[in-house]
Design a protein around this ligand. Structure first.
Ligand SMILES: *Cc1c(COP(=O)(O)O)cnc(C)c1O
Length: 395
């Protein structure tokens, strides 16, 4: 029997291989931490998004156990059909209270993943008047925002990376009754920040909404970890905020915080919210402990530790053909260019016991393959010293 689909897939996979674009997974046999057992070797890892080191924190893990004793292993259903638990409700209340200095009449809604939250948000907000909605999307936005825009069926205009001038003219010439400007706050593969104060004032000037994906800022930026809202002291009824809880918060899931009417609409109509099983309540219960830690003095100390490591890594010598982006966040990319060279650099580090992931197209633009180093409060200065030493062998 001929199987043309399989033949086509095999051809495409071979082509990815030939172009240095084939992805492989390493298997970790221990918890997410700086030192991790990978395929039988103990590796020093600089590739997790566990920026505050909470993923394996005993207090968070204990809370997860307690959550399982209280609520069991699974939610048993979708949020609208029996799966919504008190743990979900408490988490939503805590998040709304935490962000209240920046959002008026805010309510929050917990999602099982950030990817689902972005699909839900964009499809539902464009939904009531799809023909009259235009989404203005930043060119380096995360894949989940791009897919959310696609699912919304709204018209989309893409503005160039951090180009507020281009966005201003697009907004000025748009007659759409609903305008949504959508952006990552911390660009996930660059570590740099979007010019949010300028974006927000443009939105207010043109009656547009600003949808901010703060996956890498929530818990990390701002004096209390309230993310980019606190970092830039943003406050506006036009804000729709999305934060993820599997990165700095160390557990999983995500939330949208916005005006209560926006959240009520998501509950009524967002298909990626409605037609999926609610995340295990134990996760929401564990997140209450994560949030306490994020907001505590210990959270401040952990954020300060990441900043010390960022400054330490900034002094590392790297090959002169590489480019270091001006990132002050835990995401510290070294842009190499070609796929082959980036893969060889990652392999040479791996051989020295240092695990850094090479990121290639389509995750980043073609020709900008890079090592994406991520730092965590769980790393020590000695860990970063080892990374710096390993990078030096590549010069
Ligand atoms: C990780 C990430 C997401 C997706 O969040 P998950 O909870 O991992 O699904 C969305 N947006 C950005 C910018 C991210 O980095």
């Amino acid at each position: 029997m001929s199987m043309p689909l399989l033949a086509a897939l095999e051809r495409h996979i071979a082509d990815l291989d030939a172009r240095g674009l084939r992805r492989h997974r390493h298997t970790a046999a221990s918890a997410c931490a700086p030192h991790v057992d990978v395929d039988g070797h103990t590796m020093l890892a600089f590739n997790s998004n566990d920026y505050l080191g909470l993923a394996a924190d005993e207090r968070v893990v204990d809370a997860l156990r307690q959550g399982a004793s209280l609520y069991g292993a699974g939610s048993g259903g979708s949020h609208l059909i029996g799966g919504h638990s008190r743990a979900h409700a408490l988490l939503e209340e805590r998040l709304a209270e935490f962000l209240s200095p920046h959002l008026d009449s805010a309510r929050t809604l917990y999602f099982s993943t950030g990817y689902m939250a972005n699909l839900a948000l964009l499809s539902a907000l464009a939904g009531p008047v799809p023909g009259e909605t235009v989404i203005f999307s930043e060119s380096l936005n995360h894949a989940s925002l791009i897919d959310g825009v696609r699912l919304s069926h709204a018209a989309v205009q893409i503005y160039a990376h951090r180009d507020t001038g281009a966005l201003a003219s697009m907004l000025a010439s748009s007659a759409a009754s609903t305008k949504l400007v959508v952006t990552d706050s911390v660009f996930s593969m660059d570590g740099t920040l979007a010019p949010l104060p300028a974006l927000l004032s443009l939105c207010e000037q043109h009656g547009a909404w600003l949808v901010v994906d703060d996956a890498h800022g929530f818990g990390m930026l701002g004096a209390h970890g309230r993310g980019v809202l606190e970092h830039f002291a943003l406050h506006s009824p036009h804000l729709v905020y999305m934060g993820t809880l599997g990165k700095a918060a160390g557990v999983g899931g995500a939330f949208v915080a916005a005006h209560e009417t926006v959240i009520e609409w998501l509950v009524q109509r967002a298909r990626p919210y409605i037609y999926t099983t609610a995340a295990a309540p134990a996760l929401a219960h564990a997140l209450l402990t994560s949030l306490d830690l994020i907001a505590s003095e210990e959270g401040d100390a952990r954020r300060a530790q990441v900043q010390r490591l960022v400054r330490q890594l900034a002094l590392a010598p790297v090959p002169s053909t590489w480019t270091r982006l001006a990132s002050s966040t835990a995401i510290q990319p070294l842009i190499i260019g070609g796929n082959g060279e980036a893969m060889r650099a990652a392999a040479a580090l791996f051989e020295q016991g240092v695990w850094v992931t090479a990121i290639r197209a389509p995750t980043v633009p073609v020709g900008s393959a890079r090592l994406r180093i991520t730092l965590s409060a769980a790393h020590s200065a000695a860990d970063v010293e080892r990374l710096v030493g390993a990078l030096a062998t590549l010069i």
